[in-house]
Write a protein that binds this ligand. Structure first.
Ligand code: PGA
Length: 250
């Protein structure tokens, strides 16, 4: 059985004060979460503070990105060794906002993926199509291309040691969720596609859905056979809403 997994991607939101309130609310609500692994991904600036607040709890934390380089003259970048230094367990790579706004190509995402993994931080790899790609029937081809870039650089076993998040770009922050059937179809495609390389790896890998998940639609999405949890943006910024989503995951 794959363990349910819910990660909150706080994006560029929050202040020291709001994050303190958010984390205490999440910690209070954790007694309602039975089995799901719960992760929060604050902005880099606040990771250490969040780490202190979470100490001794079951909630893990991660970053929203990582540099592909190890160290050196890369102004503004954050390396995996820095993340490891503050005991970050996860790093999101290839989020559609990074791909669309900051030039993260499939190759760069694959390099970030490898940097994270080699440095002992588990990548949460985001894949997903934009609206025109869905409408022109290219969803599977796009997701396949994004996953293939990882396999080309790191192999199927490396992909199996990550967490994959399928996030249709048209559903992110738009209030338009993929229907449970639409999401399940892509999740099942990903698993079948991976099983051509290695059945055991495909069966084991956690595949999250992301894109306008909220407490009201989480249960139905997570009850789909190949959906193992969620990557949550907007709804992860309110403790009660986020905890209800985690509760729905199990
Ligand atoms: P959303 O964002 O839940 O606000 O749609 C999801 C994400 O970008 O990971």
């Amino acid at each position: 059985m794959r363990k349910p997994f819910v990660a909150g991607n706080w994006k560029m939101n929050g202040s020291r004060a709001s994050i303190n309130t958010l984390v205490s609310g999440i910690l209070e609500g954790m007694s309602r979460v039975n089995n799901a692994e719960v992760v929060v991904c604050p902005s880099f600036v606040y990771i250490s503070e969040v780490a202190d607040l979470l100490e001794g709890s079951a909630v893990n934390y991660g970053s929203q990105d990582v540099a592909k380089e190890e160290s050196g003259a890369y102004t503004g970048e954050i390396s995996v060794s820095m993340l490891k230094d503050i005991a970050c367990k996860y790093a999101i790579v290839g989020h559609s906002e990074r791909r669309a706004l900051y030039g993260d190509t499939d190759k760069i995402v694959a390099e970030k993926f490898v940097a994270a993994q080699n440095g002992g931080v588990t990548p949460i790899l985001c894949v997903g199509e934009v609206l025109e790609e869905r409408e022109s029937g290219q969803t599977e081809a796009v997701v396949e291309r994004q996953l293939q870039a990882i396999i080309d650089l790191a192999g199927i076993n490396a992909l199996g040691k990550s967490v994959i998040a399928y996030e249709p770009v048209w559903a992110i922050g738009t209030g338009k969720t993929a229907s449970p059937e639409q999401a399940q179809a892509v999740h099942s495609f990903i698993r079948q596609w991976m099983s051509k390389e290695d059945g055991a790896v495909a069966e084991k890998v956690q595949i999250l859905y992301g894109g306008s998940v909220k407490a009201a639609n989480a249960k139905e999405l997570f009850s789909q056979a190949d959906i193992d949890g969620g990557l949550i943006g907007g709804a992860s910024l309110a403790a009660e809403e986020f905890i209800s989503i985690c509760e729905a995951a199990g």
